[in-house]
Design a protein around this ligand. Sequence first.
Ligand code: UDP
Length: 329
Amino acid sequence: MSVLVTGGAGYIGSHMVWRLLDAGENVVVIDRLSTGFDWAVPAEVELVVGDIGDPELVGKVPRERGVSAVFHFAGSIVVPESVTDPLGYYLNNTVKSRALLEACVDAGVPHFIFSSTAAVYGTPETADPVAEDAALRPESPYGTSKLMTETMLRDTAAAHPLNYACLRYFNVAGADPAGRTGQSTPDATHLIKVATQAALSKRPYMQVFGTDYPTPDGTCIRDYIHVTDLVDAHYLALEHLRATGENLTANCGYGHGHSVLEVVDVVKRVSGSEFEVRMADRRAGDAVSIVANSDRIRERLGWKPHYDDLEKIVTHALNWEDALSRRNT
Ligand code: UDP
């Protein structure tokens, strides 16, 4: 039997692939290589290059490879891009997830683990950490496209012998501490990636989007989670589904946040680089502050993070960014 990872050549997917190999699982990846890289997939793993929206391909792989679980990471993830291209986001994140889900039902795949997002909540009413039963009011097509897939999963699991975990990610950052993979997309827009690129002079400056938010320093607050802790949570979710068959929707975050300016300070301190930071207008679709209540994942899965430390996250991200420079030259 094997485990299918969609988007396994991408940032989070490639960390998941290594986590599964470390656990002794057989892994197959489907990735269309739009933002991922074939070299990010370890040599011992079969990479099927193709689109998860292709019914023929997703109809074939689960049957032919004896897939017993799917980790579904393939999708589009840039909030402001989803505001300008909503139909592209509904296609990639919702319509194509539906095709994959149908193929899983047809092939009798029992377990499905979905890469969801804190963006399903929008801006919470209070500054308290947000729990899974909070109101779901996405503020961007990205968040809505993911919420629609959560809903499809819930309804599909009620009608078919398939169970699922929806893991709602807060802000995923960092890289494999052993240096085997990391965030490799050069035009990724996420804060820690951009700041590490600025620190290593891969971009002339970085921008801070919005300095007049109602937060202590005026910049947005996010709960940054190390990618290694995130993929550990996914593996625990798979073990939970295998052992209990109980569906689970859970936040993946640490339960405390950092402002954009705090992140920039840590990147400057850890890298020793005084890169230029320009204050800029707010970015479309950004929630002011969002921090996870992580009680459920800790209690239900026994998840214990090992890298709940912004300096470690930044150090690993910088190490990977530096290794990428050597790869590119
Ligand atoms: N951000 C920023 N400059 C950048 C990238 C991001 O100021 O170059 C801010 C962004 O506006 C948000 C926070 O950093 O307030 C986190 O953004 P990111 O894109 O990393 O993740 P998101 O919260 O959108 O998933």
